[in-house]
Design a protein around this ligand. Structure first.
Ligand SMILES: [Zn+2]
Length: 428
């Protein structure tokens, strides 16, 4: 600012200071959401109109049940979406008028820190945070710390599109006298499980839960299971949710269009292309070809290699939100091999959660009652690896907070999954 008259200039500075303090500025990662609305759409979408809008990049489906949808609608698309819904006989109510302002108001819940909040430094991070979400560099500090443990192997299985590491944590079955007596002497068969977290960037509770599972397995290793966990499968997207767009879902790969990012959970070679989008501006963009992205290629290569050596008994992909335990297939309504068995163990999973925390989760087939979607981790693990028990777990909540789950729910969510896993591993 150049000042010709000093008095005027001082007045301008004072006024702008008052305005600045009265209206808190929108954080950078909420700016793309200014004036975006949340619409609750009612009615069975038999014609697939909503999915059609999502595949065209016109709406973002935040959540859905068999006869309702929660949509994010940008102001530029509101008229078009309204007309399409009306033509399909669907009704809607607007529950949030400005998503940026709405999320800004709730930010204190998401970033809540107790007075004794843990702080990770690059050299010291003994535990994943229980009362706030970790940034990516803090996650790496924790991984660096646990890599020193003899029970654990931490290694990078590849790089993301922007060159960040995709870390794999391997926690071996318990060693020591009791463990040796049970494992490796033929009395109890050694088993293996794989857990993937954070493949969708905005689902912060997914990787937070994966980190807590790592921590619990370190304190209390399984007597029989080799545990392999990739707690952050989409580091670029996750960093982007902190810096640029809190509701970013995809990775940050370049596309052939003007929009960046591929939905990594539509990019696996499992009937790739069914129920996904070929439009790079869609939140469910499947990529230019199956395994076009370095993140999915790294996961695939590692899973294939481990599975060749010792077949996985269980594969879990952690997502949010909705509190459902989904099992394959998602690409077709034809039952997958072992469907009754997956339902049986899924019910055990849900019941154990209910007993621990009182939260209700439901085990259901992915495709039943929902849209078909292909190219996901779970269908690929079922078909390409032949894993018997495969689940996509949609963690808390049921929609009250959605992707911006308050930080005080990190520990309860992780603990209900930890206890449920205990029940599930006992019957595999
Ligand atoms: Zn997801």
């Amino acid at each position: 600012m150049r000042c010709l008259v000093v008095v005027v200039c001082v007045a301008v500075v004072v006024v702008s200071a008052v305005v600045t303090s009265a209206v808190p500025s929108t954080p950078d990662n909420l700016r793309p959401l200014i004036n975006h609305q949340v619409w609750e759409v009612s009615g069975a979408d038999g014609g697939g109109v909503v999915m059609g809008l999502a595949q065209s990049g016109v709406v973002d489906i935040l959540g859905h049940t068999a006869d309702s949808h929660t949509l994010r609608v940008a102001p530029t698309h509101a008229t078009l979406v309204k007309a399409a819904l009306r033509a399909a006989g669907l009704t809607h109510t607007i529950t949030v008028h400005d998503l940026a302002a709405f999320l800004q108001k709730e930010e204190h819940l998401v970033h809540k820190r107790s007075t004794r909040a843990q702080v990770c430094t690059p050299d010291n991070c003994r535990e994943p945070y229980a009362d706030h979400y970790m940034k990516f560099d803090e996650m790496e500090s924790y991984l660096r710390y646990i890599a020193k443990s003899p029970r654990t192997k931490v290694r990078s299985i590849g790089k993301s599109a922007e060159g960040r590491d995709i870390w794999l944590v391997h926690i071996k079955p318990i060693r020591g006298r009791a463990g040796k007596a049970r494992v490796g002497e033929g009395k109890i068969k050694r088993k293996a499980m794989w857990i993937e977290g954070g493949i969708h960037a905005r689902e912060w509770i997914s990787s937070a839960t994966a980190f807590h599972l790592i921590h619990n397995f370190l304190k209390q290793p399984s007597p029989t299971f080799d545990v392999y966990i990739v707690p952050m499968a989409n580091p670029d997207g996750y960093v982007y949710t902190w810096t640029n767009d809190r509701l970013w879902r995809k990775n940050r790969g370049k596309t052939e269009g003007s929009c960046a990012g591929v939905d990594l959970n539509r990019n696996w070679d499992a009937h790739w292309g069914v129920g996904a989008s070929g439009n790079p501006c869609s939140e469910v963009y499947m990529g230019s070809r199956a395994f076009s992205e370095p993140e999915t290629r790294a996961l695939k290569k590692e899973m294939e290699s481990l599975n060749r050596n010792k077949k996985f008994d269980l594969v879990l992909s952690l997502h949010s939100y909705g509190q459902v335990i989904l099992y394959p297939y998602g690409w077709t309504r034809t039952p997958a091999p072992d469907q009754p068995e997956m339902q049986r163990v899924g019910d055990i999973f849900a019941k154990a959660i209910q007993q621990k925390s009182g939260e209700s989760y439901k085990a259901v087939n992915s495709a039943a009652g929902f849209y078909l979607a292909s190219g996901a981790t779970d269908d690929w693990a079922k078909e390409a690896l032949g894993t018997r028990h495969v689940y996509t777990v949609e963690l808390r909540d049921k929609g009250r907070y959605g992707f911006t789950l308050p930080a005080d729910q990190i520990e309860p969510t992780a603990m209900e999954i930890w206890n449920a896993l205990d029940a599930v591993l006992a019957v595999l």
